[in-house]
Design a protein around this ligand. Structure first.
Ligand SMILES: [Zn+2]
Ligand SMILES: [Zn+2]
Length: 364
């Protein structure tokens, strides 16, 4: 066991508490990681503000990159000093979903997340939970060997951490979730971290038109750097604007906000036979009410995509190579790198449209 500093959420809508915690030794298939960088993600905010419930106290933070500090007895592919990024959805590799390459829906995920002892504890012995069994807002954490991907020295960990959540979620939704075809037309509703990654995925997939939709003009300007060919302010009649711009609805639309209203827009902007893909995480209790004619008369399809719908380890390794070739932009997406202790301020700044991603540096 080691003791380390963590940012603990003890009550919703309260500042994080920076305190010493005890981190357990790695189990046979685990690795203890010295966390170096963590991207601030809207999913963390859902827990911090209570729109999605969590057991408290908890350490949130999951878009993680770091350096292997020690390894469990059965670990064969990683050793201390390796630079890694997280593949957040742990998987057994053996169940039906894992076998068909859909590890994000591993059927044994609850089972493999079980440990004989708590991973994190306060110094008085109380258990500290970890969001997604990651708990990255801690200078050290434990992850399974197959939940980590080794990256080349050329991939800075302050940008590499983005691969772990927003990049795999967004680019994966394009290739694996909606299966965008070359030459097709795409609309992306919500242009934060995940939306920016979806735009890049659509560009990589060879979309002939990519319409970025957001309420914030700064985000729309940034969307063009990632590959958007057109922009529409979300305050307008989005479906009518897209009709005007393209002369038709789009083949694929992506919802990266997490609300019933934007999900309805995603369906509305499609041409007949188009596919809408829901990616944003909606607050607990959100229901969708959608006009049924879209599905029978217009043969539209509605699908969902979670964490890239694929094989996280392999996909992240591929995306890291695309970054090294200059085809996937990561540096541009990092608006600011802030010290660990400034995480609360970072979440505050995320409300501004000037920000795509803020990354915390846990080495300072
Ligand atoms: Zn995330
Ligand atoms: Zn599995």
């Amino acid at each position: 066991m080691i003791s380390t500093e963590a940012a603990v959420l003890t009550a919703v809508n309260e500042p994080l508490e920076f305190t010493e915690i005890v981190v357990d030794d790695p189990e046979p298939h685990e690795v203890r990681l010295a966390v170096s960088n963590v991207g601030l993600c809207h999913s963390d905010l859902h827990y911090m503000t209570g729109t999605v419930s969590a057991d408290l106290p908890v350490v949130v933070g999951h878009e993680v990159a770091g350096v292997v500090e020690s390894v469990g007895s059965a670990v064969t592919t990683l050793r201390p000093g390796d630079r890694v990024v997280g593949a957040l959805t742990p998987s057994c590799g053996l169940c039906r979903n894992c076998q068909v390459g859909h590890s994000t829906q591993c059927q044994r995920v609850t089972q493999i997340r079980q440990r004989p002892r708590p991973a994190f504890q306060l110094l008085d012995g109380r258990v500290v939970h970890r969001l997604g069994d990651v708990g990255a807002f801690s200078r050290h954490t434990l992850m399974r060997e197959n939940s980590l991907v080794k990256v080349a020295d050329e991939v800075g960990l302050h940008v590499g951490c983005l691969l772990s959540c927003c990049i795999i979620t967004g680019v994966g939704a394009v290739f694996r979730g909606a299966e965008v075809r070359p030459g097709s037309t795409v609309a992306v509703i919500g242009c934060g971290g995940v939306g920016s990654a979806i735009i890049q995925g659509a560009r990589l997939a060879g979309a002939s038109a990519i319409v970025a939709v957001d309420l914030d003009d700064a985000r729309l300007a940034a969307a063009k750097t990632y590959g958007a060919t057109h922009v529409v302010n979300g305050a307008a009649d989005v479906a009518a604007e897209i009709q005007n711009l393209l002369g038709d609805g789009v083949d694929y639309s992506f919802e990266a906000v997490g609300s019933a209203r934007t999900a309805a827009t995603a369906l509305e902007v499609l041409r007949p036979t188009g596919t809408a893909c829901l990616v944003g995480i909606a607050p607990d209790g959100t229901d969708l009410t959608l006009p049924a004619w879209n599905f029978f008369f217009s043969e539209k399809r509605l699908v969902g995509s979670y964490m890239g719908s694929g094989q996280a380890q392999e996909d992240i390794a591929q995306f890291a190579r695309l970054y090294q070739q200059g085809r996937l932009l990561l540096d541009e997406m990092v608006s600011d790198v802030i010290p660990f202790r400034d995480i609360d301020k970072g979440f505050e700044a995320m409300k501004s449209g000037e920000v795509t991603r803020i990354v915390a540096d846990l080495t300072v």
